[in-house]
Design a protein around this ligand. Structure first.
Ligand code: ZN
Ligand code: ZN
Ligand code: FE
Length: 764
């Protein structure tokens, strides 16, 4: 049988660079005895293939089915080409000009093959902390320019030995063009220092680190996206010392454990959580704690959950083989500053915290914190999107102009757009110090460079005093578009769900600047990308002392109580008044009645804080959302979901913009307290009340506007009881619901929303 020979050109778009795509094509072509070439282009990978038609068909079919694990194909197109009579199949060297818009892979945790080599005494990379291959290892954090080639990475300082070079050059080798390829003869190495920068004498630095950790020392360990501060999670004294030195009183620490079996000593996992823990991104996963005698409670005080991750670099595996139940691995920083990445920087910034430094000489160009995720209502929800996820873009349904969105003030991220892609940056953090602002600016420049984006539009939050806003308005010759905070939240969720059209948006958080200058946060919006209308909101109440009321929820408690009871407040016997004292309470009420430094807020986050303080659970907080979290932890989630408990009364005004009164709720809470009801009962009832209240509002709006889609966004939806409850109640009422999955519901997702709103406004 004679077979017809043909030629084809195939274009592949997506994340197809630095993920072993060309070697995969090479191997596939040899399998089907096809000739031609593969090269990288500005939009992805270009293949010229020639040979038997039948084989070319099979070749084309296999590309999407068998592509490497880290590849993400967004489009394949093919065309008949002319036969050029190639004698073989080859990988063509790419010219730099061509590569300016190829997508870059995120950092990927060590793969199974490398892991077995790491623990194989016969292998030449046995126990080598920097083993990697085409399918795993550092990417985003070691690149300072494109294309993704070794001279543009921090591996440029290491010259490959002959053995490594052969692997790198051989198309059939699993280390073909693995840019960080190395071994202990030619690659990076670890070294252990004390705080006086003396090398600690040891045969094996990682083994010595394990010993020092066992003794209770705090070790700064250089990882993939920055330094961690590590202590033994079974050592109470060490954990407390770390809290004290890091100036982090109660915010939970994350743990790293060797495997799921070890995690199960102190935390529950279900199948979905195990899959998430073991995914190539290896995020910190929030798991339900078990009663256990291993991990000390000071790791995550007063929390039902604990953040846990599996090792993701070979170095972590080597360290954890020495038998820890859980190592605390928290960001190497003081308080909320950006995580340290440079060795010199670590010595300077961390020497008051760490006792020793386990360092290495592979540079980190861009810091990237550990990502945080959890499973709620059966779905993965990313809470902090960083290492492992960035810079995979959010794929948009429509092409958008090149935009830079500057994000908010807390949990800041930025977002750059180009064509159908929205590139969310890694977690930058709270923009409350110069270091964070520098990191913010550096990230923008870095992303512009490696993504080859020159934004024509800058989007920013409406708040005039945010550092991100000031940055935006300082940019010259750009179109500047302000975006309201809660509109951006809803748009962010719409964008990640590729939703077009109008929706009811429930935008719930702690703080966001409103179009009337008040502080919003309990907002029901009718939302499109290019505009929104406020349909309802929690009634405005004063925040006595402004931002002090965020750090001191007892101030909000008094504000709600005074609004509800006026002078009768003095007849109430409540823990909050006993704890702060009548004198302090009187000062606060005076601030409220005389309107001194008491801006108005409609925030739902503040209502949670206030109720927590009325119940006497939390008067002050050490971190944002702490009181609200404490209230959530008290609620009986099963009772909420079965809606077994009674609810508090609620009501709203029938104005054009409805105002939801919180008085009946506060009255109910105080009355239950008077009857001796416990905090769990009250918290459960409170959660259920909000669930019913907002689903009733959605029904009212649906009846008027024929909108059946509801979009949920804002940091309050990190409360999994509220999220699950509202989803359940809305589903029962046949609403179509859109929630966050890959993009944080909190302010970490804000920049994406700003970008898509700005794109829609610019188009209009
Ligand atoms: Zn590997
Ligand atoms: Zn080598
Ligand atoms: Fe927000």
């Amino acid at each position: 049988m004679t077979e017809k020979n043909i030629a084809k050109t195939i274009k592949i778009e997506g994340i197809v660079q630095g993920v072993g795509f060309r070697p995969f094509i090479f191997t596939l072509a040899s399998r089907y005895n096809l000739k031609g070439e593969v090269s990288n282009t500005s939009s992805g990978v270009l293949i010229h293939i020639e040979g038997a038609e039948y084989n070319i068909e099979k070749f084309c079919k296999d590309i999407p089915l068998k592509s490497p694990p880290l590849a993400h194909i967004t489009n394949i197109s093919d065309d008949i080409g002319s036969i050029k009579n190639f004698s073989s199949f080859s990988i063509t060297k790419s010219s730099e000009q061509n590569l300016k818009s190829t997508l870059i892979s995120p950092d990927i945790s060590i793969c199974q093959k490398c892991l077995s080599e790491l623990f194989d005494p016969e292998n030449r990379r046995y126990q080598y902390p920097f083993i990697n291959c085409t399918n795993c290892g550092p990417r985003y954090t070691i690149i300072d320019n494109i294309p993704y080639d070794r001279p543009n990475t921090s591996m440029k300082h290491f010259k490959m030995c002959d053995k490594c070079r052969i692997e790198y050059d051989e198309p059939t080798d699993r280390r073909f063009h693995a840019q960080p390829n190395a071994c202990d003869k030619c690659g990076p190495a670890v070294i252990l220092y004390d705080i006086d920068r003396n090398v600690v004498p040891a045969d094996d630095y990682i083994k010595e680190t394990a010993r020092l950790l066992r003794e209770g020392n705090i070790i700064a360990i250089k990882g993939l996206g920055g330094f961690h501060l590590a202590v033994d999670g079974e050592n109470k004294e060490a954990v407390l010392r770390l809290r004290k030195r890091k100036n982090r009183e109660e915010k939970p620490f994350a743990l790293m454990s060797y495997d799921i079996k070890t995690i199960n000593k102190y935390a529950h996992t279900d199948k979905k959580e195990e899959e998430l823990l073991e995914s190539s991104q290896k995020p910190i996963v929030l798991l339900k704690k078990k009663q256990n005698k291993f991990i000390v409670k000071e790791v995550a005080p007063e929390n039902k959950y604990i953040g846990v991750m599996l090792p993701y670099t070979p170095l972590h595996y080597i360290l954890l083989q020495y038998g820890f139940t859980g190592l605390v691995m928290t960001s190497g920083n003081l308080s909320e500053e950006p995580i340290a990445i440079d060795n010199e920087e670590a010595f300077e910034r961390l020497s008051n915290i760490a006792d020793y430094f386990l360092m290495h000489n592979r540079g980190i160009y861009l810091r990237s914190d550990d990502s945080v995720a959890r499973i709620t209502a059966g779905t993965t929800r990313i809470i902090r999107r960083s290492r492992g996820y960035v810079p995979v873009p959010v794929f948009l349904e429509r092409k958008v102009p090149q935009i830079l969105a500057c994000g908010g003030e807390l949990k800041n991220t930025v977002c750059l757009t180009k064509d159908n892609n929205a590139f969310l940056s890694q977690h930058i953090g709270d923009m409350e110090n110069v270091a964070a602002y520098d990191f913010f600016r550096m990230t923008i420049e870095h992303m512009k460079q490696i993504l080859h984006i020159e934004p024509e539009i800058i989007a920013h939050d409406l708040h005039p005093d945010y550092m991100s806003t000031r940055y935006a308005i300082e940019q010259h010759n750009k179109k500047i578009i302000p975006v309201q905070h809660h509109h951006a939240h809803i748009a962010s969720c719409m964008a990640e769900n590729n939703f077009a059209g109008n929706a009811i948006g429930l935008s719930f958080d702690g703080t966001g600047y409103g179009t009337d200058g008040n502080i919003w946060g309990g907002e029901v919006l009718i939302t499109a990308y290019d505009n929104f209308k406020r349909a309802a909101h929690l009634e405005y109440l004063p925040m006595p002392g402004s931002t002090s009321a965020i750090k001191e929820p007892w101030r909000m408690a008094l504000s709600y109580l005074y609004d509800t009871f006026k002078e009768d407040i003095w007849n109430l016997d409540l823990p909050v008044i006993r704890k702060v004292g009548k004198e302090n309470a009187r000062i606060i009420l005076e601030m409220i009645s005389k309107n001194i430094n008491s801006p108005l807020t409609s925030s739902l986050g503040r209502l949670f804080d206030g109720v927590a303080a009325i119940l006497g659970i939390r008067m002050n907080v050490n971190f944002e959302g702490q009181a609200a979290m404490a209230l959530e932890m008290l609620a009986d989630d099963k009772a909420v979901l079965k809606s077994k408990t009674k609810i508090y009364d609620f009501s709203w005004t029938e104005d054009e913009v409805r105002r939801i009164s919180v008085r009946p709720i506060i009255k109910g809470v105080v009355s239950d307290m008077g009857k001796g009801a416990d905090a769990t009962y009250i918290s459960t009832k409170f959660h259920l009340t909000l669930i019913r209240l907002f689903s009733e509002i959605c029904k009212t709006i649906r009846a008027e506007n024929e909108l059946n889609n509801v979009v949920l966004s804002g940091g309050v939806f990190q409360n999994s009881i509220l999220l699950k409850g509202i989803i359940g109640e809305l589903e029962k009422n046949n609403f179509k619901i859109f929630t966050h999955k890959n993009v944080p519901a909190n302010d970490g997702g804000l920049s994406l929303g700003q970008a898509v709103v700005a794109a829609a406004i610019a188009e209009r």
